[in-house]
Design a protein around this ligand. Structure first.
Ligand SMILES: [Fe+2]
Length: 191
């Protein structure tokens, strides 16, 4: 079978399965983690040839793999250079699950009060075989680990363009910054 068709079918099946296990209850994302991890383990479907790494001044590239017509269940492939970091943020009321095809990133979790620097409350590594998830209220930052470029699948309850209430924080002062969709650069449609 054509690899592109195979990938599309695998993506649709994974999203469908995740929607079924969540069934409106997003309190426990562990099964969604397992299902997205199964998809990410099919590395033959997510080659660098099909999902190029950032080049030049780019630090990240974002490819849309799936999104429901109402903006729910949005799945992206995000590629990043080693050393990539992303400031503390939430996801505008959306839950998130991340599974790695390649590369490792550290996620730091925080509590935040207005006008105060976010306080770290935990830390997890996301790497092949070890997915992570965030509930809608969680705040995290991302820190690429090691020298392998990242190719990670990001699944959100709501697509980036629906995360308008998303909050981002200066890690030192806690000052809130308005999220701009442009921060992600151009999202390439890869459905
Ligand atoms: Fe995030």
């Amino acid at each position: 079978m054509n690899l592109s068709i195979e990938r599309t079918e695998a993506v649709q099946a994974a999203v469908q399965s995740i929607q079924e296990v969540l069934h409106g209850d997003v309190g426990d994302l562990s099964e969604a983690e397992r299902l997205l991890e199964s998809l990410s383990a099919r590395s033959e479907l997510f080659s660098v040839a099909d999902f190029p790494l950032p080049s030049g001044a780019e630090t990240d590239r974002t490819f849309l793999l799936h999104e429901n017509a109402d903006g729910t269940s949005a799945l992206y492939m995000c590629t990043s250079v080693p050393g990539m970091e992303y400031r503390p943020h939430d996801h505008g009321g959306s839950w998130a699950v991340i599974a790695a095809v390649a590369g490792a990133e550290k996620h730091r979790f925080y509590s935040a009060r207005p006008g105060e620097a976010p306080v770290q409350t935990g830390e997890k590594i996301c790497k092949p075989g070890q997915p992570v998830s965030m509930r809608a209220e969680d705040i995290h930052s991302i820190h690429a680990a090691g020298d392998v470029p990242l190719m990670h699948l990001h699944l959100y309850g709501m697509a980036f363009h629906k995360q308008s209430e998303r909050r981002e924080f200066d890690p030192a002062t806690g000052a809130e910054r308005r999220f701009e969709l442009d921060d992600f650069g151009f999202v390439e449609d890869h459905r």
